[in-house]
Ligand binder design. Structure first.
Ligand code: SF4
Ligand code: SF4
Ligand code: FES
Length: 395
């Protein structure tokens, strides 16, 4: 048995029994095996010390998705986080203040972020998760004549969606999402991963309509900033960011969907820019994102002019923060290339990426062989490698 201190961020919705309304911290000392979970610790505190401590849980086995919290600042499942590991992490990062006055390791536990708190560790996931989940029509929409029995698909065609199928709707990725923090209307990682579950399903007949909708929503697939937080937070290996990138590739490469937000152009301009210069030419990126064309010339469509005018505040912020202070950073195309043959190395990376156009389902094979018994990539049977109709959906 080991002793731990759980420092819990509590929230009292209205005054009761001498406790004022609002947030406050409270510490609970618990004594448990280090292999037991943070949820076990919370439940011991609730049972033995304060029955009003609110937490949502059910399966205690990382299946139901109801115990999402933040442990030492990281969004996760309380039942999947061992006390011993959480204590070691708190000591390593000092997020839980390492140790309290009594020398016990302090593990901080908070409600999930990006969603309103109902009481203590219980959050309201309706507006931040479930509403967005329904927004992506999370059901199959097949077209064509009804089959006599069920829709038949070859098993290998479903490998592509196994990763997103694994989602247990815990909301940890929503809690961790930085774009959601900046734009609460962002559809978000969980709902978009669910969208891929149907867009990657060959039985669905609404792929283009779904993608058009998600690409042209200002809070849709191009609102993600590739921060990787959702990948780190997800307890089931869904990797929502990767599913969002797949949605973008299918929308842009397979269906040629040009979104009104210029997200697709921005992505293409970024990759072209780095391939040519090695580092980012900020002003050319801005121009090419809105008015793709020959260097230094604009294609003055109404939408391009509107986009460029709207980006003036961004450019001013860039000048203020020093990102676009020098002349080469202000004039599109004047940005210097990398010295020596460094640019050739960058081009070779691009060529290598082009050559290895295949998508491995990392959920099935384990990442880098980390999972015990997971085969190396080259050992993966052909059936686990998703054939790419246009060779463009690589991770
Ligand atoms: S990668 Fe995108 S979806 Fe995932 S947390 Fe970051 S901004 Fe959100
Ligand atoms: S994608 Fe992962 S973190 Fe997000 S809701 Fe699903 S299981 Fe939870
Ligand atoms: S209690 Fe079910 S996932 Fe934690």
């Amino acid at each position: 048995m080991a002793e731990y201190t759980l420092k819990v961020r509590r929230f009292q919705p209205e005054p009761e029994d001498g406790v004022a309304a609002g947030p406050y911290w409270e510490e609970f000392d618990v004594e448990l095996e280090d292999t037991l979970s943070v949820l076990d610790g919370i439940l011991q505190a609730k049972n033995d010390q304060d029955g009003t401590l609110a937490v949502r849980c059910s399966c205690r086995a990382a299946i139901c998705g109801s115990c999402g919290v933040k442990v030492n600042g990281q969004s996760t499942l309380a039942c999947k986080t061992q006390l011993g590991e959480a204590a070691a992490e708190a000591e390593r990062t000092a997020t839980g203040n390492g140790a309290n006055g009594a020398g016990k390791t302090v593990i901080t536990v908070e409600p999930m972020a990006n969603m309103p708190v109902i009481k203590d560790l219980v959050t309201d996931m309706e507006s931040t998760h479930w509403e967005k989940y329904r927004r992506v029509s999370p059901w199959l929409m097949p077209t064509g004549p009804e089959p006599e029995r069920e829709h038949i698909v070859p098993p290998e065609a479903m490998v592509d969606v196994t990763q997103s199928v694994a989602c247990i709707q815990c909301g940890a990725c929503v809690s961790a999402c930085l774009s959601m923090e900046a734009d609460p209307d962002f559809i978000g990682p969980a709902a978009l991963a669910k969208a891929y579950r149907f867009i990657g399903d060959p039985r669905d007949g609404q792929h283009e309509e779904r993608l058009y909708d998600l690409a042209n929503d200002p809070h849709g697939i191009y609102d993600c900033t590739h921060c990787f937080s959702c990948i780190d937070a997800c307890p089931k290996g869904v990797a929502p960011m990767n599913q969002i990138m797949r949605l973008r590739r299918i929308a842009g490469d397979d269906y040629g969907i040009a979104d009104v937000n210029h997200g697709r152009n921005h992505e293409l301009a970024f990759t072209k820019n780095i391939e040519k210069k090695g580092t980012l030419d900020e002003s050319l990126l801005l121009q090419e994102s809105y008015a793709p064309g020959v260097k230094g010339k604009l294609l003055p469509t109404r939408s391009a002019i509107k986009g460029l005018l709207e980006s003036i505040p961004t450019a001013i912020r860039g000048i203020r923060t020093g990102k676009m202070r020098s002349i080469p950073k202000l004039i599109p195309g004047v940005h210097e290339k990398l010295p020596g043959d460094a640019q050739e190395h960058v081009k070779r990376i691009y060529a290598r990426a082009e050559e290895s156009h295949q998508e491995l389902n990392l959920y099935m094979i384990g990442e880098g062989g980390e999972e015990e018994g997971a085969p190396e990539a080259e050992d993966v049977p052909a059936a686990a490698i998703v054939p790419e109709p246009d060779e463009s959906r690589e991770l």
